[in-house]
Design a protein around this ligand. Structure first.
Ligand code: NDP
Length: 402
């Protein structure tokens, strides 16, 4: 019952494989499957070197439900950990239903031809998973993932009602390249160039991308960073699950250099998702651009600095206004020393492993489709402290990024 299939052999797939392999008593048998099997084999060799464990590998095209179903029926794992790309979410969920396997992912479905990610497609699987007695755990990375759990933890232990939520994702790391993305370039650029949406007074408000900027001082000397308001998928589920929220915003740090490159690339059409004709061939500009940029899984040895990701929640406790900030600081070099990945992959892969552990241990196994904040945050928070992502909660006297 402790067999898992990990799908996707990128930066995050490497961390999930390494972290699962560190816990043989929970993850007894691990198969890493991806489109390019040589990448799985390279990760398996790294896992062997670090942990002494053998993990198996396979080639699979996760866009092909029949092919994946066959693999899952043959393997009969307890759970699929999906760390391929958001485009594969639905085909992997279909294969899990066909083969009777639980499901977990770190990013919500996004159609290839529309740069707009929404949960509606995956929430539509609710009845099918429930009827099959299977659990689909959505968004078990860092953001979404740990940030949702932080919100649920603060709401559970520090407040009677929560009113304002600010999720702040600072990456103070430097990889030395003029322009590179810390996770899949195509997904990253689609996300940051999208219109901004934030929740205010009962509905989403749309504003132009990167049009709202603030400065944020991270705790513990991580430094002060420019952060920009943008849309992020956890806002959709958190505002639904915490209906007393009056405002919910997501902020991410970007360097001037990153924004300058992005603006130029957008202006010349290199971030487009529609195919263009070039020398008799159809080329999707953003896919061509992604092929030129450094592979995020190679950034590890060059990245120095820290990430600081957390949630500031304001609300009422015993009739009094309170403000609490729950955050996690990760060090790029320490992550690389442990699993040979930079902190962005690390902070995504560890919560994926912990979410899988929650399911394998039966803490989070209600049949149906669930966003991560719908489960009890306490065992997950305990495991974050134990498995490499220690966090803190502090009270703030005042807070305003609005
Ligand atoms: P990478 O691009 O490094 O890796 C993606 C992997 O998926 C590659 O190995 C790729 O194969 C494989 N893949 C793509 N298509 C298929 C397919 N059809 N069948 C099988 N395998 C396929 O991405 P990352 O590791 O950086 O990110 C992985 C996921 O994590 C993404 O969904 C991303 O959005 C999510 N993420 C979530 C975060 C969070 O905090 N919640 C933060 C960062 C990332 P190939 O090698 O052949 O290209």
């Amino acid at each position: 019952m402790s067999k898992v299939v990990i799908i996707g052999a990128g930066g995050v797939g490497n961390v999930v494989a390494q972290k699962c392999a560190q816990l043989p008593e929970v993850f007894g048998d691990i198969l890493l499957a991806s489109r390019t099997q040589s990448k799985c084999r390279a990760i398996a060799a790294g896992v062997k070197e670090k942990t002494g464990r053998d993990i198996r590998t396979a080639q699979v095209d996760a866009d092909n439900t029949a092919e994946l179903t066959e693999l899952l029926r043959h393997e009969q794992p307890f759970l699929v950990i999906n760390v391929a790309l958001p485009y594969q979410d639905l085909t992997i969920m279909d294969a899990c239903l066909a083969a009777g396997v639980h499901y977990l992912d770190t990013a919500n479905y996004e159609p290839l031809d529309t740069a707009r990610f929404e949960y509606k497609w995956q929430w539509a699987y609710q009845e099918r998973f429930k009827d099959a007695g299977l659990t689909a755990l959505l968004g078990s990375g860092f953001d979404p993932g740990a940030t949702n759990v932080f919100t649920a933890f603060l709401a559970k232990h520090y407040f009677d009602e929560i009113h304002y939520l600010d999720i702040i994702d600072v990456n103070g790391g430097n990889h030395g390249y003029p322009f590179a993305t810390n996770f899949n370039p195509e997904i990253n650029i689609r996300e940051v160039s999208a219109e901004c949406r934030h929740w205010e007074d009962g509905g989403f408000v749309t504003t132009p991308p990167m049009s709202k900027k603030a400065s944020f001082e991270c705790p513990e000397g991580v430094g002060s960073y420019d952060i920009y308001r943008m849309y992020h998928e956890e806002l959709e589920s958190l505002t639904l699950n915490y209906p007393a929220l009056k405002r919910a915003q997501f902020w991410m740090s970007f360097s001037d250099n990153y924004l300058k490159h992005l603006e130029v690339l957008e202006n010349v059409g290199m971030t487009g998702i529609e195919p263009v004709e070039f020398n008799g061939q159809a080329i999707v500009p953003i896919q061509f651009l992604a092929s030129l940029l450094p592979d995020p899984s190679t950034l590890g040895p060059r990245t120095r600095g820290k990430t600081c990701i957390g949630t500031v929640v304001q609300g009422l406790k015993d009739g009094k206004e309170r403000i609490f900030y729950c955050y996690q600081i990760a060090d790029h070099e320490a992550c690389y020393a442990e699993v040979q990945s930079q902190a962005i992959s690390y902070t995504t892969g560890v919560p994926a492993m912990i979410g899988a552990k929650m399911m394998l241990e039966g803490h989070w196994l209600t049949p149906g489709v669930f966003n991560i904040e719908q489960f009890d945050p306490d065992p997950f928070m305990q495991d974050m402290n134990q498995y490499g992502l220690p966090w803190k909660v502090i009270e703030l006297d005042s807070f305003d990024l609005a």
